[in-house]
Design a protein around this ligand. Structure first.
Ligand code: PLP
Length: 444
């Protein structure tokens, strides 16, 4: 224990905090607390280092405790803690939006601020509906998502999302929603490096939904360029291009949820840029502020903004927003983060590390129970065979072993997902993958 960790409070009552997406009973019986973070690592309250193989929750892309971001937040807190952005404004929010618009794909230069990925998803869906309504196509109310898609936990994102357990606890979801099939084809694509070869034709399921419902009823399709939360599903070559073409043919808006894939994760500012497909609406969060202050955003094409804003009779144009949209501390953190990205070329750094990362992650092939490995950018997914009758148990044990050995990985079902900060160095890649390999062997 050092001076800093000694000063950190040690809760002796873990009862009150109802932890999100957690096994509360297990955690509270076996707490795993993180007390401090710096660079590539977390530290436990007793000072043990945990190398971060997941950038927190896919969000601290520039590494932890970046001084430039911390100081920007501190400066802003001292100048102005909060100002509304309903019918008022403050310079930092406008500046942050302009900085975001500098790096979004061409044409997506209007930016709506939220506080999270979930709020970004719901905001994007509402803007899509408002856009069609403004253009006199109010019949376009149907929203299309994809199986195994994750778009957060609001009613919109949850409904369009395609994860059974996230949906079935909550009864009625949005009524006019449909789903495309997911793109995970292990029989044809197992152990693919980068984008898999097979499966572009799965996008044609959108044509089938158009035939079923009529294009005039469909507002938007929302997908993650690379699905992260359900275990790293990389789009087959040509798939997103095909989805884009079908949307264009039928006047359907294409929304990319880039909450994970934005801000350098795929070796470019956004997945859209890396994959060469431009959506009409793009959602982001997480890496926007390096997770130092919660913030999300939705970037839309100028034509969408124009239709909704200029098409309104006068007064408020979009009846939507959050008290904290463009919060000064978050906006200051976003500006500092984007400046760091530019100065250190974090997307370029991720791209340069990608071949080494790919090699390292795929070196786990052949270990017991490893049934597939996927990667793209600085993301890796290692799929394990489930223990008979106990889905998720093997990967959970692997996670716990890694943590005890000083490496943080993330699991979803029986898939281990890796997404280190983009400042990761080769020896740290070796340590993450080496520790994971040992844990997988130990759980054979
Ligand atoms: N969309 C995607 C693609 C995500 O991965 C996530 C979170 O992991 C979200 C939305 C939800 O973000 P938040 O937890 O900030 O609401």
């Amino acid at each position: 224990m050092n001076e800093i960790t000694a000063a950190i409070p040690r809760p002796n009552n873990l009862d009150a905090f109802w932890m999100p997406f957690s096994d509360n009973r297990y955690f509270k019986a076996h707490p795993r607390l993180l007390a401090r973070a710096e660079g590539m690592s977390y530290y436990t309250p007793d000072g043990r280092e945990i190398l971060d193989g997941t950038a927190g929750l896919w969000c601290c892309n520039a590494g932890h405790g970046r001084r430039e971001i911390t100081e920007a937040i501190q400066r802003q807190a001292a100048v102005m803690d909060f100002a509304p952005t309903f019918q008022l404004g403050h310079p930092v929010a406008f500046e942050a939006a302009a900085r975001v618009a500098e790096i979004t794909p061409p044409g997506l230069d209007r930016v709506f601020f939220t506080n999270s990925g979930s709020e970004s998803a719901d905001t994007a869906l509402k803007i899509a509906l408002a856009y069609h309504k403004a253009r006199g196509e109010g019949s376009r109310v149907r929203l299309i998502g994809r199986e195994r898609g994750y778009h957060g936990v609001g009613f919109g994102g949850m409904s369009v999302g395609g994860i059974g357990p996230n949906r079935k606890q909550f009864g009625a979801l949005l009524p006019y929603v449909d789903h495309l099939p997911h793109t995970h084809l292990p029989q044809r694509n197992a152990f693919s490096r980068g984008q898999p070869e097979h499966g572009a034709e799965l996008a044609d399921a959108l044509e089938a939904l158009v035939a079923l419902h009529g294009a005039e009823t469909i507002a938007a399709v929302m997908v993650e360029p690379v699905a992260g939360s359900t275990g790293v599903l990389v789009p087959p070559r040509g798939y997103l291009e095909r989805l884009r073409a079908i949307c264009d043919r039928h006047g359907i808006l294409l929304i990319f949820d880039e909450v994970i894939t934005g801000f350098g994760r795929l070796g470019a500012n956004f997945g859209a840029e890396r994959l060469g497909v431009t959506p009409d609406i793009l959602t982001m969060a997480k890496g926007l502020t390096n997770a130092a202050v919660p913030m999300g955003a939705v970037a839309v094409k100028g034509a969408i903004y124009d239709a909704v804003v200029n098409g309104a009779p006068g007064g408020i144009e979009l009846f939507h927003g959050y008290t904290y949209s463009g919060h000064p501390l978050a906006a200051a953190a976003a500006i500092a983060t984007l400046e760091l990205h530019r100065r250190e070329d974090l997307p370029g750094r991720a791209r340069a590390m990608e071949p080494y990362w790919q090699e390292a992650v795929h070196s786990l092939k052949g270990l017991p129970n490893v049934v597939d490995i996927r990667d793209f950018g600085l993301i890796g997914g290692i799929e394990l065979a489930p223990r008979p009758g106990r889905p998720g148990a093997r990967a959970t044990e692997v996670f716990r072993r890694c943590f005890d050995a000083g490496v943080l990985v993330r699991v979803t079902g029986d898939i281990v997902a890796l997404s280190p900060p983009l400042i990761v160095e080769r020896h740290q890649v070796d340590r993450i993958v080496g520790t994971l390999g040992e844990a997988i062997r130990a759980e054979a």
